[in-house]
Structure formats: C-alpha cells, structure tokens
Design a protein around this ligand. Structure first.
Ligand SMILES: [Zn+2]
Length: 175
C-alpha cells in the first residue's frame, strides 16, 4: 500500500478531487497509521489557521440585546418600587395627619371610627385610581412629555406665588 500518496493527500492544502477524497477515505478506514495521522492533522491545522480576529460567537448580538433589555426592565422595576414606596410613605403621613385631625374633631369613638372607615375607603379608592392612571400615563407618554409637564407645573407654581405676592402688596397699598 502506498502510504506516501495518502500522506500527501492528508497534508495537501489544495482541495481534493472526488476520486482522491474517496480513495483517501477508503484507505483511512483500513490503515491505522494514516488514520491516526489524519486525525492528528485535523486537530492541529485549526491552530495554524486560527484567525487573528476572533469573531463573536453566534447569537452574540441577540444575547447582548437581551442583557440590555433585562437591565432596562430591572431599572424600570426599581423605579416602580421607589414610586410604590413613595406612595406608601405619603399615604401613611396623610393617614397619621388624618387620624390626628379626626381625633380632635370627634368626641364619640363610634362616630370617629365610622368616619375614619369611610375616609379610608375613599382614600384607598383615590390612591388606587391615582396609581392606575399614573401607570397608564407612564407607559403611554415619552420622557420628554414628563419633563415638559413638570416644567409647566413649576412655572404655574411660580406664577401662582408671584400673583399671590402681587395681590398681597396690592391689598397693602390700597388699604
Ligand atoms: Zn496508510
């Protein structure tokens, strides 16, 4: 058997013809030496031919986008948690103020209790409605709208304070 011919075929850089490939395959099945040589060569060649620039593994871009998406979701969840905590805090402050006010207004504990219950129900209903509308607005409106809305509120507050001051000074000068 002509091993040299097949070794040449194993080591060649050129593409094999169909007959050459078939003959080599047949020989490798019967010859242990050449088959060992061929498999060793197959393991070694990628090291020589290793590309300088490593290409990203397939699906890299989509995985990256997925990570980005997950990060965004996480920060959004954190944001809504903060809003939730803020709402709870405001509600408790309001409740305490309400309780103090109610305690000073009512004499009978039953009257106090009934009023408190109805007010609490109203408060929870309002809070719920507020939260719902807030969630809808937050998902529906872009951030720029929120910023301009906030600026408008600030401008209105300044205008209000300014006009109050004007009224106060006008009242003082007329009297
Ligand atoms: Zn051989």
């Amino acid at each position: 058997m002509n091993h040299q011919l097949f070794e040449d075929l194993i080591f060649t850089q050129d593409a094999l013809t169909q007959e050459q490939a078939l003959a080599l395959q047949e020989h490798l099945q019967s010859c242990e030496t050449c088959s060992a040589l061929a498999s060793a060569w197959r393991q070694v060649t990628p090291m020589f031919a290793a590309p300088v620039m490593l290409e990203p593994s397939p699906g890299f871009v989509s995985r990256w986008q997925q990570t980005l998406e997950m990060d965004r979701e996480r920060s959004q969840r954190r944001q809504s948690l903060v809003m939730f905590a803020l709402g709870i805090g405001l509600a408790s402050i309001f409740l305490v103020l309400l309780a103090i006010g109610v305690l000073y207004t009512f004499n009978s504990p039953l009257e106090w209790f009934l009023t408190l219950t109805s007010r609490l129900a109203t408060l929870f209903f309002l809070a719920d409605a507020f939260r719902d509308s807030f969630v809808i607005l937050r998902t529906a409106l872009p951030v720029s709208w929120w910023i301009s809305g906030g600026l408008a509120v600030v401008a209105l507050c300044i205008l209000w304070i300014f006009s109050l001051q004007k009224l106060a000074t006008a009242g003082r000068t007329s009297s």
